[in-house]
Design a protein around this ligand. Structure first.
Ligand SMILES: [Zn+2]
Ligand SMILES: [Zn+2]
Length: 372
C-alpha cells in the first residue's frame, strides 16, 4: 500500500510504499475511498500546528470501506461504507456522555486539556521503507494513504447509496461549520448571522444558518469568487473586506445598526477574531472555529464584552456527535436540503495529491477531494 508522506514541512509530499500493522483490539482497517484537503492539513504541512515528529501522514476528512476488523469490534463489519471522524462516539457512561456531550467524553483516547495537546500529532500504524513508524497528523488516523487503522468508536457506518466522495466531507468541512451553528450556537429563527471566511467550513456555517431560518446571513471574505459561492449556499448579503473601507461598519449597517446576533469566525488569525467581536451586537455570540499555530492572546476590549454582554466561545469540530450528526446530515443531503456536490471544486487521483494541496493553498478551492 502507498501513503503520501511529509518528510519536511513546506515541501511536497512523497508517495511511497509503506506497511500497515493489522488492526488491534477494537480497531478497524479501512480502505480509504476519498479524503478531502482541509485547511488544517495545510497548516500542519507548513509546520504551523507547532512541532510534530516527522515523517508524518496527514489527512482526516475520510470515507471508505471496512477492510478488516480487529478483535471485539461490533460497530462495523467488512465491506461497510464508513465515515471516519476526529471525535469519538463516547463511552456512554461518563459525566459528559451522560449529559449529552460525548465530544467531551472523559474516557476518550485523546486528552484535549489544552490547545497544544489538541493539536498534538501521534504515532500511527504505518511504517515506511526504512522501518520508521510514521506520525499521523490527526491523532486518530491517517487519511493520505490507501489504508488506515481507526478505533471503531471513531467510525460511523453510512448508507450504501450515499456517494462516498461526498460522505468524506461530512466529518470535517461540513460538521465544523454546520455544527458550530446548529449544535454549538443553536441559532434561533430570524437571528442575524455573520460568517467570516467562506471556505469549506464557512460555507457550511452559511448553509446551516440559512436552513435554521436566520436573516440576514452575511458572508465576509476577501475573494469575490468565494462570496459568490456563499450566495449559492444561502448568504443574503456579502462583504469583501478588501473592497469596502470599513467592513465592521458595513456589517453594522446590514444588521439595522445593531451588529449581528451571531458571528462565526472560520479562519485563523487574531485580527479577524477581533473584527468578529466588533461586528457583533449587544448580547451577541462570537464563535471561533478557525485556528492555526499558537495565536497570541487576542486584545479584546473588555468593555465590548462586559458592556454589550457579549459571549465569546469556541466550536470544536462542530460539537460533533458522530452517530447522531453524520446520519442526519446524510438525510438532509438526500432530501435536497444540504448542498454537498457544490462543495467539491475538483477531484484528484492520489498521485496528484500535491497538485490538490497547492490548489487549496492558493485559495482556489472550496474543497479538493482525493479519490482512490
Ligand atoms: Zn479538517
Ligand atoms: Zn464518556
Amino acid at each position: 500500500m502507498r501513503a503520501a508522506i511529509c518528510y519536511e514541512f513546506g515541501k511536497p509530499l512523497l508517495i511511497e510504499e509503506v506497511t500497515i500493522e493489522p488492526p488491534g483490539s477494537g480497531e478497524v482497517k479501512i480502505r480509504i475511498a476519498a479524503v478531502g484537503i482541509c485547511h488544517s492539513d495545510l497548516h500542519f504541512l507548513k509546520g504551523e500546528h507547532g512541532p510534530a515528529p516527522l515523517p508524518a501522514v496527514g489527512g482526516h476528512e475520510v470515507a471508505g470501506y471496512v477492510e478488516e476488523v480487529g478483535e471485539g469490534v461490533t460497530a462495523v463489519q467488512p465491506g461497510d461504507p464508513v465515515v471516519a471522524c476526529l471525535v469519538g462516539s463516547g463511552c456512554g457512561r461518563c459525566y459528559y456522555c451522560t449529559i449529552g456531550l460525548p465530544n467531551f467524553c472523559e474516557k476518550r483516547r485523546i486528552k484535549r486539556t489544552s490547545t497544544k495537546e489538541f493539536l498534538l500529532a501521534g504515532p500511527g500504524h504505518l511504517i515506511n521503507k526504512d522501518g520508521v513508524r510514521l506520525t499521523q497528523h490527526a491523532p486518530t488516523f491517517a487519511g493520505f494513504a490507501e489504508y488506515t487503522i481507526v478505533n471503531e468508536d471513531y467510525l460511523v457506518k453510512i448508507d450504501r447509496d450515499m456517494p462516498i466522495d461526498l460522505a468524506s466531507l461530512l466529518s470535517c468541512a461540513v460538521i465544523s461549520g454546520y455544527g458550530a451553528v446548529v449544535n454549538r450556537a443553536k441559532v434561533p429563527v430570524s437571528s442575524s448571522v455573520v460568517v467570516i471566511g467562506t471556505g469549506g467550513v464557512g460555507l457550511n456555517a452559511i448553509q446551516a444558518a440559512s436552513i435554521s431560518g436566520a436573516y440576514p446571513v452575511i458572508a465576509v471574505d476577501v475573494l469575490d469568487s468565494k462570496l459568490e459561492a456563499a450566495r449559492a449556499f444561502g448568504a443574503t448579503h456579502t462583504v469583501n473586506t478588501r473592497k469596502v473601507s470599513d467592513p465592521i461598519e458595513a456589517v453594522i449597517n446590514m444588521t439595522y445598526g445593531r451588529g449581528a446576533d451571531y458571528v462565526f469566525v472560520s479562519v485563523a488569525g487574531v485580527e479577524v477574531k477581533y473584527q468578529g467581536l466588533k461586528m457583533s451586537g449587544p448580547r451577541g455570540m462570537i464563535v471561533f472555529i478557525g485556528h492555526s499555530k499558537k495565536e497570541p492572546l487576542t486584545p479584546f476590549d473588555s468593555t465590548d464584552v462586559i458592556g454589550g454582554e457579549r459571549m465569546i466561545t469556541g466550536s470544536a469540530m462542530g460539537a460533533l456527535r458522530p452517530r447522531i450528526d453524520i446520519p442526519r446530515l446524510i438525510e438532509l443531503y438526500k432530501g435536497g436540503r444540504l448542498k454537498l456536490d457544490e462543495l467539491v471544486t475538483a477531484r484528484y487521483p492520489f498521485d496528484q495529491i500535491n497538485e490538490a494541496i497547492a490548489s487549496s493553498e492558493r485559495g482556489e478551492a472550496l474543497r479538493n477531494v482525493i479519490i482512490f
